[in-house]
Design a protein around this ligand. Structure first.
Ligand SMILES: Cc1cc2nc3c(=O)[nH]c(=O)nc-3n(C[C@H](O)[C@H](O)[C@H](O)COP(=O)(O)O)c2cc1C
Length: 173
């Protein structure tokens, strides 16, 4: 794993979250990993930004509200079962670190750890949040994704630092 700027990463933005999924870690005293597959990697306000969408029903939501930092961690296929667990149990009732045997390493630029087994990890500081407003959904099918009306809050995180395995870096770098 190497420290790098997000601008140098080789990632497929429309695939990495959708297919690989990621662990969003929030909270510093009792950090908690939650699986996410909706989000984006891009640019806003002249900064590299990772955007995540978190429903208010998630334990992670309260952690993000209490402390505006997160890490976004991408793991390889052998960890799929761990990601399944982190996407189907809540940190309110389960210590997901213990349940998955995943490790933590302290963040360097944020007070939230990264996942030790990640081969790509982004350290992010929340710049702003937005709440999805269903009155502005133009596609009716979107509403069906919210039977409980628990519309996502959008967390816009400036990527302060990236840690990447060689496969995410240009060759010869
Ligand atoms: C593949 C996958 C992707 C998910 N993506 C999201 C997401 O982007 N946003 C969200 O709020 N929940 C998402 N979830 C659901 C949460 O991971 C799940 O509710 C989790 O148990 C919440 O954990 P927490 O209560 O510890 O925060 C996803 C679940 C899976 C399995």
């Amino acid at each position: 794993m190497r420290r790098t700027t997000p601008q140098d990463l080789l990632v497929r933005p429309f695939t990495i979250l959708d297919q690989q999924w990621a662990l969003l870690v929030a909270g510093s005293e009792h950090p908690n990993p939650m699986t996410v597959s909706w989000g984006g990697l891009g640019t806003l306000w002249d900064r590299p930004v990772a955007t995540v969408y978190v429903r208010p029903t998630r334990f992670t939501f309260s952690l993000l509200e209490a402390q505006p930092f997160f890490t976004l961690n991408f793991l390889s296929e052998p960890y799929r079962a761990a990601l399944d667990l982190c996407g189907s149990t809540s940190g309110r009732t389960t210590d997901k670190w213990r349940a998955t045997s995943l490790g933590r390493v302290p963040g360097e630029t944020v007070p939230v750890p990264r996942v030790a087994e990640a081969d790509l990890a982004l350290e992010c500081r929340v710049l702003a949040t937005l709440d999805l407003d269903p009155s502005r959904f133009l596609e009716p099918a979107i509403q069906e994704l919210y039977p409980k009306k628990d519309y996502h809050r959008v967390f816009l995180g400036e990527v302060l630092m990236a840690f990447a395995a060689e496969k995410y870096l240009p060759q010869g770098d």
